[in-house]
Structure formats: C-alpha cells, structure tokens
Ligand binder design. Structure first.
Ligand code: UDP
Ligand code: MG
Length: 306
C-alpha cells in the first residue's frame, strides 16, 4: 500500500486537479493507496473541497489543523497517521507532478528506502527564490556532516522503515530533508522538471523560508557557533597586535596619533561582531527552549483517520 501525504495551505484552486491526476497515477500502479491531506489552517475553502473528496472516495483521509502550523509540521502530522508500506510526500499546488510518483515507486522497488525527486529545472519561480535556494543547498552541504542532496525539496517516496525512524525524532524544528538524509539506508534520486504552481500563490513567505533555512542549519550544524568562536580568536589576535603597537608608539616614539576615528571604527565594528555572535548563540538557545517546553507539535481540529 502507498500513502500520499499532501500538505494543504490555501490550495482550493488546485486540489481537485491534483487529486484527479494523483488518482490516475495510483490506480495505474495497481496497489492499494490512501491520500492523506493535511489542512494546515487554510483561510480559503480548501477544507470544504477535501471534505467533498473524502465523501465520494474512501481512500481520501484528512487531518485538519486548528491553525497554520507550517509545511514541515503538516508533513510530520501526515507521517504520524499514514499506514502505507511506502509513503510519498508531495505538494498540492501542482509543482510536484503526480505523474513522477510512478518513477519514484519503480525506483524504490529496486531496493531503495528513499527515492527523492531532484529538480533539473524549476518553472515559474523568480530569480530570487532560485538563487537563494541554490546557495542554501550548497552552503548546507559544506557546513553539515550529513549529505543533504542539492536541489531537492520534500517530494520523495520513503519506506515504512524510514517513517518509523522519523516518528522517533523528537525535535520540534523539523527539517525533513535533513532528517531523512541523517537516517540513512539506501537513498537515490530520480530527476524531474518542477512545474509552475497551477493556481493561487505561494504559502512560503520570506519569513517562513528564512525560518526553514535556520532550522536546517541549526538542526544539522554547529558551524555558526564555531564561526563565532573563530572570529573571536581572530579579533583577539588583532587586538593584541594593536596593544603592542599602541604601547610602542606611546612610550618608544612618543609621537602617537590622537586616534579618535580609529577608536570609533574599532568600537562600532567589534560591537557589531559581538552582537552577531550573541545572535548566533540566541538562535540555538531559542530552539533549546522551544524543545524544553515540549508542547504538542500540532493541534487537530478534526480527522477521519481512526
Ligand atoms: N504549505 C503548508 N503550510 C504552509 C505553507 C505551505 O502546508 O504554511 C503547503 C502548500 O499547500 C504546498 C506546500 O506546502 O502544498 C508547498 O508550499 P508552497 O507551494 O506555498 O511553497 P513553494 O513551492 O512556493 O516553495
Ligand atoms: Mg509550491
């Protein structure tokens, strides 16, 4: 049996089309299936559409959140509820073409617990998003110990074994593509062209993108902390050199500069560096306190999964 996890945030314009294409593909595969829509606090009538689909198709399951908890958490809720032996994670805006699921599934049958879809092209996305995404994945690859594949989102098929391990990971800052790499097993990719969004507009605001990036970095790398330490050493060394120079020019040469400008610059500059260092520590501490509070990850308003 294949389970499809489909997070939904304001997708009423796309749900029916994506559902139709999904059913076509799943029926072709000749396996049992379920589609788990996770409504992440949509403000449009997405939930009404899902209710309608669920009424006429018993394979349509849903989890309806009490508010918007974010895409990664929506997928995690799906992971908590799926029953399939293989699980597909895909967007519901048409950007992850359902037709690719066949490729993913066939590849997984060759003995891969994870087959992720690697985009060789992204249609209908602006230069800023493409560039930031490109750089983000490449920086991540340099500063983490795990191998997070470049140019992949969450579109992938994973085995039940992987789902069980994901359920055991308690962190609140979910960064699934990192977590799945960390888990291991046999992983491979198939290539696809990422489509433009069918209708509606992106639910990933700049703020959400930055948060996801920071969750990814802090969750899988201590490099920023080390960078703070390193820059501390560098500036301490420079400072020590300046002390020697100042003492020398004051007492040995006695023709020292008044030096207001250089002092101002140094104070402001060092102050900035220190604040950045504190900020980096703050990013980690705020995540620690989030985890210590240990609140439920999401709140469900209603579901038809029992
Ligand atoms: N999504 C979600 N919660 C959010 C934002 C997005 O569940 O807070 C869903 C959305 O419905 C879609 C997927 O996550 O299925 C990817 O979001 P989107 O297409 O808006 O992001 P983009 O493709 O622009 O990065
Ligand atoms: Mg999208």
């Amino acid at each position: 049996m294949i389970s499809v996890i489909a997070p939904v945030y304001n997708e009423s314009a796309n749900l029916e089309k994506v559902y139709g294409r999904l059913i076509d593909v799943l029926q072709k595969l000749n396996v049992g299936y379920e589609i788990v829509f996770v409504n992440d606090g949509s403000k449009d009538d997405s939930m009404a559409v899902i209710h309608r689909l669920a009424q006429k198709d018993a394979s349509v399951k849903y989890v309806n959140f009490s508010r918007n908890f974010g895409h990664q958490i929506a997928v995690c809720a799906g992971l908590d509820f799926v029953k399939g032996d293989k699980v597909v994670i895909m967007d519901t805006d048409g950007q992850d073409p359902p037709e690719i699921i066949e490729k993913l599934y066939l590849k997984s049958l060759e003995g891969f617990e994870v087959v992720y879809a690697r985009r060789i092209q992204r249609k209908g996305e602006n230069v800023f998003k493409k560039l930031t995404a490109r750089w983000f994945y490449r920086i991540m690859q340099r500063i983490t110990h795990i191998d997070i594949p470049v140019d992949t989102g969450d579109f992938r098929i994973i085995d039940k074994k992987v789902v069980e391990q994901l359920r055991r990971m308690p962190e609140r800052q979910k960064f699934l593509r990192g977590q799945i790499s960390w888990i291991g097993f046999n992983q491979t990719s198939v290539e696809f062209e990422r489509e433009a969004r069918l209708g509606g507009k992106t639910g990933y605001s700049l703020g959400k993108m930055i948060r996801l990036a920071l969750d990814g970095i802090t969750g899988f790398s201590n490099f920023p902390l080390r960078l703070a330490t390193l820059s501390g050493f560098v500036f301490a060394l420079i400072g020590f050199g300046l002390i020697l120079y100042t003492l020398y020019s004051r007492f040995a040469r006695s023709d020292y500069e008044p030096g207001w400008a250089s002092q101002m610059i140094t104070i402001v500059f060092i102050g900035g560096i220190q604040l950045i260092g504190i900020g980096i520590i703050g990013e980690y501490i705020s995540r620690i306190s989030d985890n210590v509070r240990n609140r439920p990850l999401y709140i469900i308003r209603e579901t038809n999964i029992h």
